[in-house]
Write a protein that binds this ligand. Sequence first.
Ligand SMILES: [Zn+2]
Length: 285
Amino acid sequence: MSLDFDVFVVDPKPIPSAVPGFEEAVGAATWPQTTSTLIMDDDGALLVDCLITEQEGRELATWVKSHDCEPGYVYITHPHADHFLGLTEILAVFPQARPVALAGSIPAMQEQTSPAYMQVWGGFFPGQLTANPVSPEPLAGATIPIGGSTGTVIPVGTTDTGHSSVVHVPGLSLVVSGDAVYNQTHMWLAGSTTDSRASWARALEAVAALEADTLIAGHRNPLAADDDAHRQIEESRRYLADFETALEHSSTPPDLIARMTATYPDLANPYTLWVAAYDLLGSRT
Ligand SMILES: [Zn+2]
């Protein structure tokens, strides 16, 4: 087997709605479809990100095993728990795998696994999360082994959270982007600022400069046509610019939601947009 990759996908999950009127207007609130990527060669494998619930972690471990390879490393792209609480289940099945992340992201990952944050995440997924969350260790250097091959870790700064990174595998013309790029899914902009959104736009330029053909986004529209890197980066870039303009012209959450929904009627997970709108423009109506 030469260098290859495969993607594990979990479907959108229902969550309790925390914004007024969403369920009446749109339907059940959801967490978007989320991916985990296995990259492998003859000598071993690298798993990038590993989902959030215990059940997902177990299913992911079984799926990895079905590829008949052992991950030497598990890389976590950014410090959001929906991409790494499943690590506990992965390490239970692959205890030799080394979980690693950018050194700068580790404190934020440890914060995500603190009792206070676990309570927040538990509110989204009650009774479904591990009682023993694990944080990765700092990755030394900028490369990561994929069996006998290597990938490059590219820090991209603040995207939907600080200390984000992507994994570039030139041998496959592949980028695994975590949440630096979204695939036809509303982007997480709750808690964002003008500066953080500008940083995210710069991160997209850095990903574009890699000139990869294929990009696996952490969150994907189940109806997305493909994993074309150029399309996803351009669409994410345009979404950020359109959001900035819509925000400037909106004074209430419904204004912002209406503008963005008119421009993006078919993006997955509109709940993400509603959360951002109520976070950034308060509950004024
Ligand atoms: Zn995410």
